[in-house]
Design a protein. Structure first.
Length: 88
């Protein structure tokens, strides 16, 4: 994967903490920050999938309770739930 240099400004104390942590892991400052960013992005991605799974379960449960059986029924209910959640 090609790399790109990115300049960022950080407080000196934070840089000292990063350098200390990186040294403890035998990593460079860049590698340490790269891994921290990747971990944060993965966490956010998991949060999105968890929210999607939760919403899907809610829609599925409601669909079953209301007697929806076809994909079209399910799509219609999903639109209704999404519209209702937006108005909250």
């Amino acid at each position: 994967m090609p790399t790109q240099i990115v300049n960022i400004s950080l407080p000196e104390e934070l840089v000292k903490k990063i350098d200390s942590a990186a040294q403890g892991e035998y990593a460079s400052r860049s590698e340490y920050i790269r891994q921290a960013v990747l971990n944060r992005l993965r966490t956010q991605e998991k949060d999105v999938w968890a929210a999607l799974e939760e919403a899907s379960a809610e829609v599925s449960t409601t669909a079953q309770r209301l007697g929806y059986k076809t994909d079209q029924d399910f799509e219609q209910l999903a639109k209704q739930v999404r519209k209702t959640n937006r108005s909250k």
